[in-house]
Design a protein around this ligand. Sequence first.
Ligand code: EAX
Length: 333
Amino acid sequence: MKYCIRSVVLLMVAVLLFCAPFTAGAAPKLSLKLGHAVPEENAYHYGALKFKELVEAKTGGEVQIDVFPNNQLGTGERDLLEGLQLGTVDVYVGSTGPMGGFEKRFLLFDFPFLFKDKKHVYSVLDGEIGQHILSLLGGKGMHGLAWMENGFRNLTNAKRSIGGVPDVKGLKIRTMENKVHMAMWRTLGVDPTPMAWSEVFTALQQGTIDGQENPIPVIYTSKLYEVQKHLALTRHVFSPAMIVVAKTVFDSLSQEHKKIFEDAAQEAALYQRQVCDKMENEFVDSLKQNGMEVTTPDLAPFQEACKSVYEEFRGELGEDAGLLDQIIAIGKE
Ligand code: EAX
């Protein structure tokens, strides 16, 4: 009997050793392409790599995620989002900027000076309102997984120092392809030029536009200090980012893998927000060291001048227009 058990154990070990080479590097059952529009130094890339790490580990390698930074999968964020619908992109990490063109209610977050600070931002995004807005993506061939961070947007330009509203009049500023952002700059006397992010550096270099507006981490990691002299800390819009998976991909996952994607996205998002916040605090000095002149204008006149945007666009939110008032109320709590 003892010999019989011994020979069975030896046989099992032999089988496992024989099969090992065929399982150790087993080809993944699903390979996905994740795309974003910014350099690898940007916080989006850190969040994307964290999501990749968590999903691959938790699925035991059954799902592999390849990360493509710097617009490798598209010409900008609108193009990448369209890629989710066309099947050329499986996972998107990026701002909500162009989302209003897919689902109007995403414009909710684009109203000028809507958010007071990041505590206000995440009490909204991580609450019912944020979850409701993410759920709207289902009707657009996408599945919203979690809210990441782009940050408070600030104005840069090559022409002049910005101390107040009169200083921005007449500037030609690139905006995201977002009609609320464009309206805001028009009310300030600016000529807004919507443009994909991949074209912005060259346009600034050639002088076809005077400036642009973005969060500090984007301004620094995209080396805009090489083509922009002036930075005004306007913080005029908080730009959320998000991690989104193509609906066809998400629907094809097992229940177990769906949960892994949801949990990994939440963990990666919290990590990415910390990275982004740290960058925002550190990079203003880095921009100064790279020759940028930084001003901190009084924001009250800017806020006053932009009030008309609320009446002009709240109708675009349809039945969700009341959420605008709810967000404002949360900020006063
Ligand atoms: O998401 O297009 C933009 O200005 C975005 O903020 C940038 O691509 C990062």
